[in-house]
Structure formats: C-alpha cells, structure tokens
Design a protein around this ligand. Structure first.
Ligand code: CP3
Length: 349
C-alpha cells in the first residue's frame, strides 16, 4: 500500500477521518501535546533559553514536535509553534517571558495597523516552514502532520490588547469604537492566514487546524462578521490553491453555532469539554468529522474517572468520523502516565 502511495495518505488515520471515514478505534492526538507536562520538553526549552528561540530554530522545533510522538506514538503530530508568530512576522514583536503570558506590541488603531506589514512576509516564517519539512521527513508514514494558525478574531484579540485578557474586552471595545479598523485588521489576518496555511501545506503539513480559542467571547451579532466570515474566507482561500485541503476548525466556547462553523467548509469541528458531544455531533452534517471533547481536568485527575470519561467520548462518537482529543490544551501538571492510560483505553475500543 505504502509503495503505491509514497505520501502514505491511506495509512494516516487522522486524514481518513478528516475525509469523512468513521475509522475505529478513533485516531488520537492531544492539543498542546508538545509542552510543559513533558520532562523532555522542559529540558529542550531550558537549553533553548526562550520560547521564541524554540519556535524559530528548526532543529529545536522539530525535536519538541517529535517528543510526544516518540513517547506515545500519537496518530498525529502538531507543528511546534504558536498562533502569535503571524503577528510577530507582521511586525508586532511577540515574546513570552518567564512566568508571564504572551506579549505583543499593541495594535489599537488605524495608524498602528498601518505600521505593520501590509501582507504576511513569508520569508520571516522560513524557519517554521523549514521545521515543517524536517518534521514530515522524520515522522513515521502513518503519522498525520498538522499545521495550524489562530483564527483572525483570536489573533486580533491578542494584538489589540498586546497580551491575553480574560474576556477580550480591549478587542471588543475596539470593534465597537472603530469597526473599520477591526475589519481591516481581520482582513490582514485572513490574507496572512491563507498564505501561511498554504505555505505549511506546501512544506508538508497533511492537514491544518484553525484555533478560534476566544470565539466564546463574541456577542451573537459579532460571530458572523468577526469569526464565521473570516474563517470561511480562509477555508475558501486555502482550497483555491489546495482544493483537497483538510481543515479542522476549533470554535471554542461556541456550542451554539456548530452547524454554522461546519458551513464554513471545515472538514472537522473541534468540540470543547463544556459541550455535550452527542448533541454536538447531531448538529453536524454527516460528512463533517468531529474532534476533541475530553475534559483536560479529567486527564489531570486520571484513574477510573479518566476511564469513564474516555468511554463517554467513545460512546458519543462511535460510528462517525471522530478524532480523539481533549476539549482544550493539556494542563501542565498532568502526569505523563495518565496520557498513556488514555491512549491505551482509546486503542482498546
Ligand atoms: O499544541 C501543540 O503542542 C503545538 C504547539 C502550540 C503552542 N501554542 C505552543 C505553546 C499551539 C498549537 C499553540 C496555539 C496557541 N497559542 C493558542 C491556541 C490554542 C489554545 O490554547 O487555545 C493560543 C491562544 C496561543 C497563545 C499562547 N501561546 C498562550 C496563551 C501562551 C501561554 C500559555 C501558557 O500556558 O503559559 C502561549 C505560549 C505557548 N505556546 C506555550 C506552548 C508550549 C508555553 C511555552 C512555555 O512556557 O514553554
């Protein structure tokens, strides 16, 4: 099979699920699977010195991407990078200092927006794309490589505030005060995301995920213009250049609009842990896959509570295309053996 198909697509179970096939047991990966719960990540991170150095040094980004694959044999590897490398490349100066969240130079009005690059300078992301090529070359044929970007609203929320904020108030205020500015910022991010995701696919990413982590902060009337519309534009833009592209959309906190997110053209919808999975999948068209939903707190806790929670996800997803995953990123205090227990239980399904 692999001989006839050098890209190994047939062997990549996540890709098959994203194509609408109900592969069973479902393939598994974990959001933030390369991260601070892994001792080997902490060691490489200490060696690198800074988080951005880790992101922009191809050999190091490759190493940390592969660490969870070596340890657990996940069915998917996600590129080690960050959604904030896009604003960084545009000129907003991303950094992550010890003990603090991410920081950017705030972009709060038209003049500050005009000081950024007018489109994504892809050459500034060359090290990330180099990492994608190295990772694909190093991965087992059956492992799906996922690229990603942040959805425009989520990235804009960090750009306007210059940091993470609990309710995305600065960006919501900007959208109200100066809708033209917000539209222009979102438009820049749509164009940049299309170029970035296409470049990742060209470098070897098998599929890509769009993280709308702060979708839940949007009032109803802003979901269409600031989230659904821009995501649909990215999906369409990527498919213009790569018609078969498999795209996962993760609209965290938007259980109320899952069918609308599916209508953006997504191949798969990520489901957070606050959403009833059975109800969520009933809202999706049959060909659109689902992903996620296991509560990261239950993975942290482990034991029989974890077993029951894994079974509940499996029961709700049985018979349909589903990628086993968490409802959000893994918590850094999670014991490594809990992850092994989860994977073993999924694979025994
Ligand atoms: O999932 C993976 O393993 C791939 C790598 C990845 C990271 N960030 C690495 C990272 C991915 C896919 C992201 C996406 C990302 N980054 C999102 C969307 C997903 C989500 O969590 O909702 C967001 C909102 C960001 C922005 C960001 N980057 C934040 C809020 C932080 C601080 C988080 C924290 O827990 O302190 C980061 C830094 C970051 N990105 C870390 C990692 C492993 C921690 C870095 C460290 O301290 O070593």
């Amino acid at each position: 099979m692999v001989a006839d198909n050098p890209r190994g697509d047939e062997a990549r179970t996540i890709l098959r699920v994203l194509g609408g096939e109900a592969v069973w047991p479902p393939p598994v990966w974990v959001m933030r699977q390369a991260g601070r719960y892994l001792p080997e990540y902490l060691a490489t991170r200490a060696e690198a010195g800074s988080f951005t150095k880790l992101c922009y040094t191809p050999a190091l980004a490759t190493e940390v991407t592969l660490q969870p694959i070596r340890r657990y044999g996940f069915d998917g590897a996600i590129l080690f990078s960050d959604i904030l490398v896009v604003p960084d490349a545009l000129g907003a100066e991303f950094r992550l200092d010890a003990g603090e969240g991410p920081r950017l130079r705030p972009v709060t009005n038209r003049a500050e927006l005009d000081a950024l690059a007018p489109g994504l300078p892809l050459e500034r992301l060359a090290p990330v794309l180099d990492a994608v090529r190295r990772i694909r070359a190093a991965l087992p044929a059956e492992t799906t490589l996922l690229g990603f970007c942040g959805a425009p609203w989520t990235v804009a929320a960090y750009m306007v505030a210059g940091r993470g904020t609990p309710e995305q108030r600065p960006a919501l205020d900007a959208a109200e005060r100066d809708p033209g500015f917000m539209r222009a910022l979102i438009d820049l991010l749509v164009r940049s995301s299309v170029d970035y995701l296409c470049a990742q696919i060209e470098a070897g990413a098998d599929a890509v995920q769009i993280f709308e982590s702060h979708g839940g902060a949007l009032p109803d009337q802003l979901v269409e213009p600031l989230s659904l519309g821009p995501i649909a534009a990215i999906v369409a833009g990527v498919r213009t250049r790569h018609p078969g592209a498999r795209i996962i959309v993760f609209p965290r906190g938007r259980a109320d609009r899952l069918a609308d997110y599916a209508a953006t053209g997504a191949s798969c919808i990520g489901i957070d842990q606050h959403t009833d999975l059975a109800r969520a999948v009933a809202a999706l068209p049959p060909g659109v896959a689902s992903q996620g939903n296991l509560d990261p707190e239950v993975l942290l806790a482990g034991g029989e509570a974890l077993d029951r929670a894994v079974d509940a996800v499996l029961d709700a997803a049985r018979g349909r295309p589903h990628v086993f995953n968490l409802g959000h990123g893994i918590i850094k205090e999670t014991p490594v053996e809990n992850v092994a227990r989860m994977i073993a239980r999924v694979r025994a399904a």
